[in-house]
Each structure stands twice: as structure tokens, then as C-alpha cells.
Write a new protein. Structure first.
Length: 132
């Protein structure tokens, strides 16, 4: 079953991402290979962002604090992408940061465009309501 293989591969990659070099490689893989066509590039970016979201959902708060500066610098430009699905996943990653490490994330939140700050607040408040 393909879903089982995909889930096992994702779980394996999340374990490997505990190594900072592997994490950095995956983060850097967001940016285009010039020989890649637009559809392949979009698929790669979406898959990579989903993997990052899964990773941040599972890892410890201190790990996120340590990775926040580089991750924010790589992901925040994607908020201006024309591709809705990419922007949405980045917003969800930032919601994860806001929920898990609110104080550390607050230092970066002002650098996010207002419209995305509002989305992050909305998703964060919905998540808090669901968890009560």
C-alpha cells in the first residue's frame, strides 16, 4: 500500500531530521532546481513543507527554539508565494511555533505581513478552542 510506504518514509525522515545537517539539507531543498519544471518544483516544495510541519509537530520545544531563526528566514518569503497551498503550510508551521514557543516566536511575528499574522492568530485561537 502506497500510503503505508509514504507514512514509513515520512517517519524515517523525521527521525533523520534530528541531525542538524539533515534538517538543513531538507530546509534548503525548498529552493528551486533550475532544471525542474514548475509543477515538479511546486510538488517538491509542498512535500518538503509538509514534512517540516510534521517534524515541528513532533519535536521538542527547545529544538524548535534552536531552529527558529534559520527556519523563519527560509519560510517567511514563501508567505508571498502565488501558490496558496505553500502559503497555507507555512502559516500552519508558524501556528505550530506560536503554540509551542510563543515567547520565542513573538520576536519574529512582527516581521510577518499583517494579513498572515491575522491568519496565524485565527488558526491559533481555533486550535486552543479545540484543545479545551
Amino acid at each position: 500500500d502506497n500510503h503505508e510506504i509514504i507514512d514509513k518514509t515520512r517517519a524515517c525522515l523525521i527521525i533523520l531530521m534530528k541531525d542538524r545537517d539533515v534538517f538543513n539539507y531538507i530546509l534548503e531543498s525548498l529552493y528551486s532546481d533550475e532544471e525542474e519544471d514548475d509543477d515538479d518544483n511546486q510538488y517538491r516544495q509542498q512535500t518538503t513543507l509538509s514534512l517540516l510541519l510534521n517534524y515541528f509537530q513532533e519535536c521538542d520545544d527547545q529544538v524548535i527554539v534552536d531552529l527558529l531563526p534559520d527556519t523563519f528566514n527560509q519560510l517567511s518569503p514563501i508567505l508571498e508565494s502565488d501558490i496558496t497551498s505553500l502559503r497555507r503550510i507555512v502559516v500552519l508551521i508558524f501556528v505550530e511555533f506560536k503554540c509551542k514557543i510563543p515567547d520565542a516566536f513573538e520576536l519574529y511575528a512582527d516581521k510577518i505581513p499583517t494579513k498572515h499574522q491575522k491568519l496565524i492568530e485565527l488558526y491559533t485561537s481555533r486550535r486552543k478552542v479545540r484543545s479545551t
